[in-house]
Structure formats: structure tokens, C-alpha cells
Design a protein around this ligand. Structure first.
Ligand SMILES: Nc1ncnc2c1ncn2[C@@H]1O[C@H](COP(=O)(O)OP(=O)(O)OP(=O)(O)O)[C@@H](O)[C@H]1O
Length: 254
């Protein structure tokens, strides 16, 4: 399958004394959905930040749609179709919901502000409220909506459910699954909860201390609880239970 984004032997981090990613080679295909898993501190956020151009690239290349973007600055990466929803959300606190979206729109695809409101009706209700008047869940909806209206080809999501109530997580996961089923963009999701990650993706990459420890389909990983346990650092029995939560519920996150 044609690869949309390729990291080719990438070493990156935060300067000479803080190299985090070591010799990472991975590819993301068009319109697929991939979970980026791994224990705390293994480099998941750093990998997304590196794709976006927010870290120091030591060696290797980043190729997007066949073009070497390793030296392109963040703004141009965004214009070329890469969108990051960072862990901190980074919405504009002093702008209304409507204006947060209006400043991010790149009118080159189906994601208009109205389409984003259709995906997140709660944002439509809150369109005149300022960023700092929103709940955590509404802020995350806005962060995702803002990324979508830039009409990206690849959407990088860094722990979008962190700190949110289960009912909000369910709403967000439903919305992301709708985006995923539409099948016109690639999703890369950093998520600690395996069952939730599996319910939103087809394949996984597991990082360990800055290197790729495993890559393959979720079905392969799901059917090997002891492998999953060793990669993610919990007991095999727990791994099996964690995965069966979604298997028993038809892929729904809890
Ligand atoms: N700005 C920074 N400067 C220096 N080191 C950093 C910086 N940001 C992260 N690190 C270090 O890089 C390593 C990888 O961090 P990163 O946040 O990428 O891991 P992660 O897998 O996303 O972790 P978590 O699951 O806890 O979010 C850690 O050792 C972290 O301390």
C-alpha cells in the first residue's frame, strides 16, 4: 500500500544530551488508523512532535507524500496536510469557539466549520463562548475540530482522552470513529488504554525506550496477551482482560 508518511532511520530529541528516538523506521499508509503505544516516557509524544517539526532531528528522513519534509518548518508541514492535537490542547483561551475554528480553517476539503459543528453539536451550542469558558471535554472537542478544519491528510492525536470523564470519552471516541469510518484521512493515536486504542485503530506500533519494539495489526497483538503484556508492562492476565473488554462489546470503548 502507498505510504503517506514515512520515518526513515530517524534519531531525534531535544538536543545532544536528550536524544529520545533512536533509529526509528516506520510508515503510515493512507486512510488507515494506527495506535502508538508504549510505557510512560518511551517517546510517543516525541515521535508526534518530530513529525510536526517540533524537535531536533539528528539523523534520518521524514517523507510525506513522497517529499522529504525533514527540514520544513512547522507551519509548512501544517499547510501540507499534517495536523497535531497536542496533549495540552493549546486552544486560544481568549477567542470564542467560532473564532478558534475560523482562524484554523484551510478551505481545501470537506471540513468546514459547519461540518465540525455537525461532528460536535456541543461546540455549536458553545460557539460564542471563549476558550477559557469551556469544560475539559469541550476544549478537547475544539482542539480536534480545529485540527480537522485545517483539512489534514494525517491527524496526530496525543492522548486526547486524558483526564476526561467516561461519558465524554465515549462521545469523543464515537466522533473519532465517525471520522475514521469516513476513510479520507490517516489517524495516529497515542493512547495508554489499550482497549480504547484498539477500538479506534486497525494497527499498532509499540515503542520501547525510543525504538520500535513491535508493529503490526491489532488482531495480531490482541491474540497474543503475553506479548502485549511484555511490551506494555502489565501481567498477561490483565492484558487479556483489557482486550476482552472491547472484544466482548463489539469494539466499543468503555
Ligand atoms: N522538552 C523536552 N526536553 C528534554 N527532554 C524531554 C522533553 N520532552 C520530553 N523529554 C524526555 O523525552 C523522553 C520521552 O518523552 P515523551 O513525552 O516523548 O514520552 P511518552 O512516551 O509520550 O510519555 P508519556 O506516555 O508519559 O506521555 C522522556 O524521558 C522525557 O523526559
Amino acid at each position: 500500500m502507498h505510504e503517506l508518511l514515512t520515518l526513515d532511520r530517524v534519531t531525534a530529541g531535544y538536543g545532544a544530551g536528550a536524544v529520545v528516538l533512536e533509529d526509528v523506521s516506520i510508515g503510515f499508509s493512507s486512510t488507515t488508523s494506527c495506535a502508538l503505544l508504549g510505557r510512560n516516557g518511551v517517546g510517543k509524544t516525541t515521535l508526534l512532535a518530530t513529525v510536526m517539526g517540533l524537535t531536533e532531528l539528528g539523523h534520518g528522513r521524514i517523507v510525506f507524500e513522497g517529499r522529504d519534509i525533514s527540514k520544513l518548518d512547522v507551519h509548512l508541514r501544517s499547510l501540507s496536510g499534517i495536523a497535531l492535537v497536542p496533549q495540552e490542547r493549546e486552544i486560544f483561551a481568549s477567542l470564542s469557539v467560532q473564532d478558534n475554528l475560523a482562524v484554523a480553517v484551510q478551505p481545501k476539503g470537506k471540513w468546514t466549520v459547519d461540518a465540525a459543528y455537525e461532528l460536535f453539536p456541543r461546540l455549536a451550542e458553545r460557539r460564542r463562548n471563549y476558550g477559557n469558558q469551556l469544560s475539559g471535554g469541550e476544549q478537547q472537542m475544539l482542539a480536534i475540530a480545529r485540527a480537522l478544519v485545517s483539512n489534514p491528510k494525517i491527524l496526530l492525536l496525543d492522548e486526547p482522552f486524558e483526564g476526561l470523564a467516561p461519558v465524554i470519552i465515549e462521545q469523543l471516541a464515537d466522533a473519532l470513529n465517525r471520522v475514521r469510518r469516513a476513510g479520507d484521512l490517516t489517524i495516529v493515536l497515542v493512547e495508554h488504554h489499550v482497549e480504547l486504542a484498539f477500538s479506534l485503530t486497525d494497527s499498532s506500533i509499540v515503542l520501547d525506550r525510543g525504538r520500535v519494539a513491535w508493529a503490526g495489526t491489532n488482531d495480531e497483538l490482541r491474540s497474543n496477551p503475553s506479548k502485549l503484556a511484555s511490551l506494555l508492562g502489565f501481567e498477561a492476565e490483565t492484558a487479556s482482560k483489557r482486550v476482552s473488554v472491547i472484544t466482548n462489546q463489539g469494539g466499543r470503548a468503555r
